[in-house]
Design a protein around this ligand. Sequence first.
Ligand SMILES: [Zn+2]
Length: 67
Amino acid sequence: MAGLLRRKRLKCDACGDVITAAPAGHGTLLKLRGDNVEHEETPLCERCAHAIGMTALFRFAEEEEEG
Ligand SMILES: [Zn+2]
């Protein structure tokens, strides 16, 4: 894991900014492949991690209302 981080410069998956410190958060992408669900974690800068977290919350709330 540490080797991977050292070899590849970490970029925010949302805006493309280079993350110099540890990533503030991870987005989790769910991919459906046949019967398998794959989780793919993506590094996010602090701003995007916050923005995407809020978006996820709003979406969740909307789904709850429609439910
Ligand atoms: Zn970002």
